[in-house]
Design a protein around this ligand. Structure first.
Ligand code: ARG
Ligand code: AKG
Ligand code: FE2
Length: 325
């Protein structure tokens, strides 16, 4: 469970990225980073990541591309509309995504890892299909693919750092667990409250994320994301230019037997400006079986605190609830 934090720590992860294949605690810089990661994952469930090596042009480029897309006329955007038959990929208009049964005041493009039809059997069919990107500007798809690949690599290295903190094997979350991450990405646009026809609606209602690790790329000049601490206070996640905001999802909460926290958060854009954010969701393998790992159980009292879930089933159940009346 999250503690009574009142701010979100900033962590420079560059020491984790210098020797990806031989990362280990003999390097004092690595040791320092993993301690900070562990502490943040335990007490806050959120942290900022700098020193990540993703070029600023790419980080801003995807946000600008998203912003330009959301400026297009409604009919144009609806050409790539998301539905169950597009594998839940594509565009969702304002107030069509729901959180806890309430309409959210955001529009979005949702994307998932692409895979060959049949790869994941009948469960996989629900998510089959290419991602739906706009035709214009040219190169939209290529930029999003580059971005997804870069964030997948970064997420994997951060996960190695998290495991190393307790002297676990750095590849604990690879192989059958998350070696073939079923990652996803959302391009999100939230109107400012001044322009909204629905002043009471939240951008995104209170929720936890589903998977392992989320990296949020958000506009620098608007504070809208808020994070719930144990005193039930909403702590604003003020943007740190050049840094990603990183948080933990339900699957890491389960795998770590509750040691690491999937913290509740929400989005309220009370500024007058339109806000763009792009969360990247680093998730388990589609078919991963997720239950408290022995490694973490030993460190959390020896008793499993969670039932086993299959990631694909968990995800599909969540997604279906997002798009029903
Ligand atoms: N993939 C996500 N984390 N989506 C945002 C969470 C909000 C979503 N409408 C839900 O109820 O779960
Ligand atoms: O827009 C944001 O800053 C965060 C979005 C979010 O929490 C989500 O999509 O799960
Ligand atoms: Fe979220």
């Amino acid at each position: 469970m999250a503690s009574n934090f009142d701010s979100i720590p900033l962590i420079d992860v560059s020491p984790l990225l210098s020797n990806p294949e031989t990362i280990n605690l003999d390097d004092p810089n690595v040791l320092q980073v993993v301690k900070k990661l562990h502490e943040a994952c335990q007490n806050v469930g959120f942290f900022y990541v700098k020193g990540h090596g993703i070029p600023d042009t790419l980080v801003k480029g995807v946000r600008d591309a998203a912003r330009n897309f959301f400026l297009l006329p409604h009919e144009e955007k609806m050409k790539i509309q998301l539905s169950a038959s597009t594998g839940y990929r594509g565009y969702t208009k304002l107030l069509d995504n729901k959180t806890q049964g309430k309409a959210d005041l955001h529009e979005s493009i949702d994307a998932y890892t692409e895979f060959a039809p049949g790869t994941y059997g009948p469960m996989g069919e629900h998510f089959e299909g290419p991602n739906l990107w706009p035709e214009y500007p040219q190169g939209f798809k290529e930029m999003m693919d580059d971005y997804g690949n870069a964030l997948e690599k970064l997420s994997k290295m951060i996960m190695r750092g998290v495991v190393l903190a307790l002297r676990g094997s750095p590849n604990l979350f690879e192989g059958d667990r998350a070696g073939k991450s079923f990652w996803s990405m959302r391009l999100i646009g939230c109107p400012g409250s001044g322009s909204a026809a629905h002043p009471s609606a939240m951008g995104i209602g209170a929720h936890r994320d589903y998977g392992l690790l989320i990296l949020v790329n958000q506009d620098d000049d608007i504070t809208a994301l808020e994070v719930l601490n144990r005193r039930d206070e909403w702590i604003p996640a003020v943007p740190v230019p050049g840094a990603f905001l990183c948080n933990i999802g339900d699957m890491l909460n389960i795998w770590s037997n509750g040691m690491y926290t999937a913290t509740t958060h929400r989005v309220i854009n009370s500024s007058s400006k339109y806000r763009v954010s792009i969360p990247f969701f680093y998730e388990p393998n589609f078919q991963a079986i997720v239950e408290p790992l022995e490694f973490y159980k030993q460190k959390t009292g020896g008793v499993s605190r969670f039932q086993k879930v299959v990631y694909a089933e968990y995800l599909l159940n969540k997604i279906r609830n997002n798009f029903v009346g």
